[in-house]
Design a protein around this ligand. Structure first.
Ligand SMILES: [Zn+2]
Length: 336
């Protein structure tokens, strides 16, 4: 039995049916079913640490039976990754007992650094569900250096155990220090009391003035007000302790549903994840996959910020949804 299948979640093993594993193999490509066991009730315990998207963000119940297949939100994302054709799937167990999924997302027509890595997707997904801590992560391919670094932004990162499911290494979980010794991270730059990713952030941002918020101006569309408020909320949850330039995005699809994304920085700068990317994770997790139906986007960032998102946001949105409306709203810190 693999370490993952021995993993106790609410005093039971994670059990998934074969069809669910096939669904995820289809979505994530490289994740293949491993040898499995069948218990006396016929339930199958897979060594694969990939859990059906239908339980994404939900707490596993003791002895929960295999649930029927449904329309997996992640399966509606771009498939296959349009540039690399290389699927990466990942799953994590949070301290709350919930399981979260992630997959890689690529954007043709823009520079590669706009891509969303599976582990970044996973962390944003956990943040969307207010998961405070990740304990175990399984990933279908070895985490790249970029992701090993991004994971450092999590509290108790050195305690996180990682398993590479396609490794020949018997599905062993190893501490993240095995993958990134001599780490550089928040401890080198921040006071220990500064919140990290997955911890509550209260950046104290307010709109510069009433006109900017669109609240006092007649003729501002309702959607601008709604998205402005949502983007400001996202900016207030942004993790940007290194630049002091938090930002957030809110986007609305053709059905009027709103998705928010908070900018997430890395101590090493380059692995940082932009607010549009974070919002797109929420978009995919929310069950959408066609970016062309994103109709309206509002970005909130600080006035005079040293690190600005507007240019990259426009570039990416122009590529994935050329006809969407875009607004930039600026804010200031109420703490100053
Ligand atoms: Zn990566």
């Amino acid at each position: 039995m693999s370490p993952w299948s021995r993993l106790v979640v609410n005093e039971t093993h994670v059990k998934i049916s074969e069809i669910h594993t096939r669904e995820l193999c289809e979505r994530f490509g490289h994740v293949q079913p491993k040898p499995r066991q069948t218990d006396e009730n016929g339930a199958t315990t897979f060594c694969d640490p990939i859990i059906r998207s239908g339980i994404n963000g939900q707490k596993l119940k003791p002895h929960s039976p295999p649930t029927p297949p449904n329309t997996s939100p992640l399966r509606q994302g771009p498939r296959p990754p349009p540039i690399s054709q290389y699927h990466v799937g990942t799953a994590a167990l949070g301290a709350s007992g919930r399981v979260f999924l992630g997959g890689n997302i690529e954007f043709p027509g823009v520079p590669l650094h706009q891509s969303i890595h599976a582990e970044q997707f996973l962390i944003i997904n956990a943040a969307l569900h207010s998961e405070p801590l990740l304990l175990h992560i399984a990933v279908s391919s070895a985490p790249c250096g970029h992701c090993r670094q991004f994971l450092q932004e999590l509290r108790r990162a050195t305690d996180i155990n990682i398993c590479i499911t396609t490794s020949s290494d018997e599905m062993l979980f190893k501490p993240i220090s095995h993958f990134l010794p001599n780490r550089f991270g928040p401890d080198d730059l921040l006071h220990k009391d500064v919140p990290l990713i997955l911890e509550p952030h209260h950046n104290g941002l307010v709109f510069c003035d009433h006109s900017n918020a669109g609240v006092e101006i007649n003729g501002w569309a309702d959607w601008t007000r709604e998205l402005g408020a949502a983007a400001l909320e996202a900016a207030n949850g942004s993790h940007a302790p290194y630049s002091g330039c938090p930002s957030g995005v809110a986007m609305m699809d053709c059905d009027g549903k709103v998705y928010k994304g908070s900018y997430m920085e890395s101590a090493a700068y380059n692995p940082s994840l932009g607010p549009v990317q974070a919002a797109l994770v929420a978009y995919v997790v929310g069950g959408r996959g066609d970016y062309g139906v994103i109709k309206r986007v509002v970005l909130v960032e600080k006035k005079g910020a040293v690190v600005r998102q507007e240019g990259m946001a426009r570039l990416l949105l122009q590529s994935i949804s050329p006809h969407c409306e875009f607004h930039l709203l600026t804010c200031v810190s109420s703490k100053n």
